[in-house]
Every structure is written in C-alpha cells, then in structure tokens.
Design a protein around this ligand. Structure first.
Ligand code: THU
Length: 139
C-alpha cells in the first residue's frame, strides 16, 4: 500500500474511535506501516488498575510483531480528548519499544492536530542516543 502521511494519520484517527479510555478520557489511535507495507492499527486500552493500561502505539506494535513483523517504517498517532486532537507524542516506553523494531534514523513518527497540521520526526530525534538490540552481547 502506498499511503501518504495524512492518510496514515487518518487511519490512526479511525483506530482512535475504538479507544477504551474511561479513566483518563485521553483517547489515542495509532497506525503503523511495516517494512512489507502492511498497516497495523491500535488504540489505548485502559484498566481499572491504571498500571495495566496499554498505549495505542504498543497495541499496534504488538499486533504487528505477533503477526511476524520485525521492522517498522512509519507510525502515525492521533490523540486527544473530546475537546480535540493534540500532538500525540509517543510516551517514553513506546519510544523504547519502537526502538526495538526499526532503524532510529529511518523510522518516521507522524503526529498532527488536523489534516493540515502534521509534524513528522525520526525516532532518533525523539529518542536520541538510544539503547537498542544492537547493543546486546556487547562486552
Ligand atoms: N497513551 C497512549 O495511548 N499513547 C501515548 O504515547 C501516551 C499515553 C494513553 C495511555 C492512557 O490510556 C492515556 O493515554 C493517558 O495517559
């Protein structure tokens, strides 16, 4: 599939409609493009314990990895409250989970408040000097 960033963000917005966020009211959707072009989506899934909550990004990443994906090229995130969308920057844990399945200089992260207000970053910009799988087994 050859989607532009705006379309991928549109898929994140659609996924956001499934968000289960009765505690925070902050509803998030994510849509990622895997290396083979397949799109996976996810939403945040909250829990009464709070701590068991899963972010939209990790829902999408774990769906992809559980289907055999090991490399992610792009991820769009749409988040906000009933008041509207804001720039839904991924949390620190999700940045680190993304790090596992990409080249940080290549992975594109897309956030936006509307179709005409989109920002893009690389993971390296949002998670500089990161630790990743390439460090494993290094003496
Ligand atoms: N959340 C995400 O889904 N993604 C992020 O990157 C930040 C936070 C969710 C978790 C929780 O359900 C709600 O937003 C408030 O933190």
């Amino acid at each position: 599939m050859n989607l532009d960033d705006k379309s991928l963000l549109g898929m994140a917005k659609a996924a956001r409609s499934q968000a289960y966020a009765p505690y925070s009211g902050y509803r998030v959707g994510a849509a990622l493009e895997a290396e083979n072009g397949t799109i996976f989506t996810g939403c945040n899934v909250e829990n009464a314990s709070y701590g068991a909550t899963c972010c939209a990004e990790r829902t999408a990443i774990f769906k992809a990895v559980s289907e055999g994906i090991r490399r992610i090229k792009r991820i769009a995130i749409a988040g906000g409250t009933d008041e509207g969308l804001n720039y839904a920057y991924p949390c620190g844990i999700c940045r680190q989970v993304l790090r596992e399945f990409c080249d940080p200089d290549e992975l594109k992260i897309i956030v936006g408040t509307s179709d005409s207000d989109i920002k893009t970053y690389t993971l390296a910009e949002l998670l500089p000097d990161s630790f990743g799988p390439d460090f494993k087994n290094t003496p």
